[in-house]
Design a protein around this ligand. Structure first.
Ligand SMILES: Nc1nc2c(c(=O)[nH]1)N[C@H]1C(S)=C(S)[C@@H](COP(=O)(O)OP(=O)(O)OC[C@H]3O[C@@H](n4cnc5c(=O)[nH]c(N)nc54)[C@H](O)[C@@H]3O)O[C@H]1N2
Ligand SMILES: Nc1nc2c(c(=O)[nH]1)N[C@H]1C(S)=C(S)[C@@H](COP(=O)(O)OP(=O)(O)OC[C@H]3O[C@@H](n4cnc5c(=O)[nH]c(N)nc54)[C@H](O)[C@@H]3O)O[C@H]1N2
Ligand SMILES: [Mo]
Length: 771
């Protein structure tokens, strides 16, 4: 991008005219306007398609324009008129394409034809589907051990495709089913079952209408789930306090103008979103929440001793929870000065937040990657649950825990068997239904798959969507090891880096997107997805396919499976492809409690919710109760000596102009950054201490002693409102800095929000910081 970078504060609200102009800009680019606009009216509608962007809930009574700026961008990006054809690949050698940016690769357009890498010319050449499936099948039959093969799944594929993919992997003989949630909400999937006996959130959209108070940790709603601003705005207008913890001041969490409300737009009226905004240090949430718990316990003690009504819900705690005494003992043992220095927040601020919590009858706790992508990711989540349990805020109207999921069906994929953990899958049921012996050995998650690839133990990688090499940590070692794989197969819509660093035998298999009409033998097909609030929705494509040579994801999965596996009458691949309703029947038979009357109910406005036991205060935990869990890491953290002052904690975050590794453009409007993504957002005091000037270019270097040098250069020093000791930059540009072992201890989610780094002036090492 040649545009001159510009960095200046953004004064507008989230949404508003900025959002309208941005949507307009997207739709008018390259003739996207006509199709795009008509199609957008179908987004998140009962007879339409589920947005391909985020997983936020779709209301039963949708707005005529039930989409947001970023949903519109995602749609336009998929409906682009540009094409990556065999001629494109003839013009560009792989070595050349490798020098292109993430943005330019995907901006080249939709993939149109199955392609196979040709060693002699170092190009991708067109291949027939038949030949592609035949060779992939033959290759898959050739590996010694099924555990040498990875079946990765990015979170967009439908419930139908995901069910088929997981079955394919298990029939092949492996539980190697890592997915994008291993980099995302796996901390949730480990934390919540221990705390409350379910792996998903307990909040429904309706709870937003009944809540008294919202606590918001580490999620950037204005950028990553903008439609959620509508229920938040409504809550705020009812006077519901919203208490936010985030190191960065994110505009969407501050104020919002609904671009779809004409009066608001004309009068320029804004709604404040957060009533309290606490700029916690990166990784400081456990200490912050512990501080709130301490304030609550102390005021409960006081109230009880003065004969006033208690602050804590002792009846709920007695009947429904376990571990309260140990937890309170821990809470009392922490000293305020330690909690203040760990969280970076003064006691008075934490007491003010606690007072807001104590006043409310029903509290929702919302969170995102700011909690899950830390070494303490699991404990972070459990600490939010501890806070909620103190006043019975789980399993009550208007209250609950609300993880904001990423990809549009990432939660649903887990529901239908995409998991490396065999204990989460009804293997006996699969065994009986499909008459085979499913593998019982735990498979590889994302980090383990990377380790296996680096060690050379993994021989083949099959990707159902996504951009694995770019999304994972340790870019240098991964890219090097990736090219030693025997087989890489990527089922994709757009060209990305994972296609270009490829195995010895490499295929790109282009597929239909969810917005496109999917015509099979019994007519146009629908698919289904599960949103962040466990509601399941039907989705029907409305746009003409990008190319006549595309196949649907279910078809590609079925053909690969048929080519790789011996035929089996119990698994009717062809019938499934002819009519996806038959896949839904199979899903219902495998998971009868979750998917009762699946085919009928999937068109219910607002979707149908899966049962979640904790919503009804049934606790499917080992103790049979909801558990208070003491975070051990806080003790350890408090015991550690102050870290070296020239090491900063780097948070890698998303801009308002990207979807994960898909870079739409170079403007991060809400953060006032234009024309570049190569910035390092820093506190002015850190800049002064490290002797860095605004606008100078620096190298970021990972500050760990494992003998590996990790660096990213050409980053522009940009002063920003971020706590001292913390800094921020963009994902995926900074992924080369993350050591593979730097992940949440219990869930193995890469700790992308707390990478220890040093900052060096380009060209010369800066001397040790002056202290
Ligand atoms: N438009 C758009 N939508 C998306 C995506 C996208 O890339 N673009 N990605 C999708 C996916 S897969 C996901 S997982 C979600 C991600 O959505 P988010 O969870 O919002 O993810 P991030 O942008 O990584 O930002 C996390 C937020 O956490 C804050 N944060 C960082 N460290 C800490 C901390 O230690 N404590 C606290 N309290 N906060 C912290 C950051 O300042 C930032 O505001 O969005 C989904 N939706
Ligand atoms: N440093 C750092 N790293 C991170 C994160 C972070 O916050 N910081 N976040 C992590 C998170 S939360 C996630 S979820 C992962 C994301 O990791 P992935 O899910 O692997 O990556 P995406 O960028 O979402 O994948 C984009 C590609 O998906 C393909 N695609 C798009 N639509 C479709 C479709 O309908 N079907 C098929 N088959 N393919 C499609 C396109 O070819 C596109 O190039 O990254 C993780 N990595
Ligand atoms: Mo994600």
């Amino acid at each position: 991008m040649s545009e001159k970078p510009k960095i200046e504060p953004y004064t507008g609200p989230a949404g508003g005219w900025g959002s309208v102009r941005s949507v307009e800009g997207i739709l008018t680019r390259e003739g996207r306007l006509v199709t795009g606009n008509a199609i957008l009216l179908k987004q998140n509608k009962p007879d339409g398609y589920a947005c391909v962007s985020c997983a936020w809930a779709k209301p039963a009574d949708p707005h005529p324009f039930e989409y947001c700026e970023n949903g519109a961008k995602a749609t336009a990006w998929e409906l682009t008129t540009k094409r990556v054809t065999p001629e494109f690949f003839a013009e560009h050698r792989i070595a050349e394409l490798r020098t292109w940016s993430d943005h330019d690769l995907e901006e080249a357009g939709r993939l149109t034809h199955p392609m196979r890498w040709d060693k002699a010319s170092d190009r991708y050449l067109p291949v027939s589907w038949e030949e592609a499936f035949r060779e992939i099948g033959r290759e898959l039959q050739g590996f010694e051990d099924p555990d040498q093969v990875i079946f990765y799944c990015s979170g967009r594929a439908s419930l139908e495709t995901s069910y088929m993919w997981a079955l394919f992997a298990r029939l092949y003989g492996t539980n190697n089913l890592p997915d994008s949630s291993n980099m995302c909400h796996e901390s949730t999937s480990v934390a919540l079952p221990e705390s409350i006996g379910v792996s998903v959130g307990t909040v429904l959209l309706d709870d937003f209408k009944k809540t008294d108070c919202i606590f918001f940790f580490g999620q950037n709603v204005g950028t990553n789930s903008p439609r959620m601003l509508h229920p938040l705005q409504e809550a705020s207008k009812r006077g519901v306090p919203i208490v936010t913890f985030n190191p960065l001041r994110e505009r969407g969490l501050e104020r919002f103008t609904n671009p779809q409300a004409p009066t608001e737009m004309l009068t320029g009226s804004e709604t404040r979103i957060s009533s309290q905004y606490h700029q916690v240090k990166a990784g400081g949430d456990i200490a912050a929440i512990m501080g709130m718990c301490k304030a609550l316990v102390e005021s409960d003690d006081k109230a009880c001793s003065e004969g006033r009504p208690p602050i804590l819900d002792h009846a709920f705690i007695a009947e429904h929870t376990h571990g309260f005494e140990d937890f309170v003992e821990a809470v009392r043992s922490y000293r305020w000065p330690d909690l203040e220095s760990q969280s970076g927040l003064p006691r008075a601020a934490l007491e003010a937040a606690a007072a807001e919590y104590a006043r409310a009858k029903a509290v929702i706790g919302i969170y995102g990657m700011g909690l899950t992508q830390h070494r303490t990711g699991v404990e972070n989540v459990q600490m939010v649950v501890n806070l909620l349990l103190l006043r019975g805020n789980i399993g009550k109207e208007g209250a609950g825990i609300c993880p904001v999921r990423g990809h549009s069906n990432v939660q649903g994929q887990r529901t239908v068997g995409i998991s490396e953990k065999p204990e989460l899958v009804p293997l006996d049921k699969l065994k009986e239904k499909y008459n085979f012996e499913p593998p019982r050995k735990t498979g590889m998650n994302t980090v383990e798959a990377c380790e296996g690839i680096i060690k050379g133990e993994v021989k083949a990688f099959l990707g159902l969507g996504g951009n694995f090499v770019r999304a994972v940590p340790e870019t240098a070692a991964m890219e090097h090891a990736w090219s030693r794989l025997r087989l890489t197969v990527q089922i994709s819509t757009k060209l990305n880096r994972s296609h270009l660093i490829h195995g010895e035998v490499a295929y790109i298999l282009p597929c239909l997107g969810r917005i496109e009409i999917d015509e099979q033998d019994t007519g146009p097909q629908a698919v289904s997805i599960e949103d962040s609030t466990t509601c399941i929705h039907g989705s029907k494509g409305h746009a003409r396919p990008a190319s006549p040579d595309l196949l649907s994801e279910p078809r590609i999965v079925a053909e690969m499976a048929k080519a790789a596996l011996p035929p089996k009458k119990e698994v009717p691949w062809d019938e499934w492809v002819a009519d996806y309703a038959r896949v839904r029947d199979a899903i219902e038979e495998t998971y009868p409690d979750d998917f009762r009357d699946f085919n009928e109910r999937m068109w219910q406005p607002g979707g149908f919710p899966r049962p979640v036991a904790a919503r009804d205060r049934q606790w499917k935990t080992k103790t049979g109760k909801a558990n208070f869990i003491v975070p051990r890491s806080l003790e350890e953290a408090l015991g550690l000596a102050e870290e070296s002052r020239d090491i900063l904690k780097l948070m890698t975050v998303r801009s308002n102009d990207q979807f994960n590794t898909t870079v739409y453009g170079y403007h991060d409007r809400f953060r006032g950054i234009k024309g570049t993504r190569r910035v390092i957002l820093m506190n002015r005091n850190d800049m002064a201490r490290l002797g860095l000037e605004e606008g100078e270019m620096v190298t970021l270097r990972t500050a760990v002693d494992d003998g590996v040098s990790r660096e990213v250069s050409d980053m522009r020093v940009t002063p920003y409102d971020v706590p001292e000791g913390c800094c921020a930059s963009y994902y995926p540009e900074c992924n080369p800095l993350i050591p593979l072992w730097h992940h949440a201890e219990r869930s193995k989610v890469p700790a992308a929000k707390s990478i220890p780094i040093r900052i060096e002036r380009m060209g010369a090492r800066i001397p040790e910081a002056a202290e």
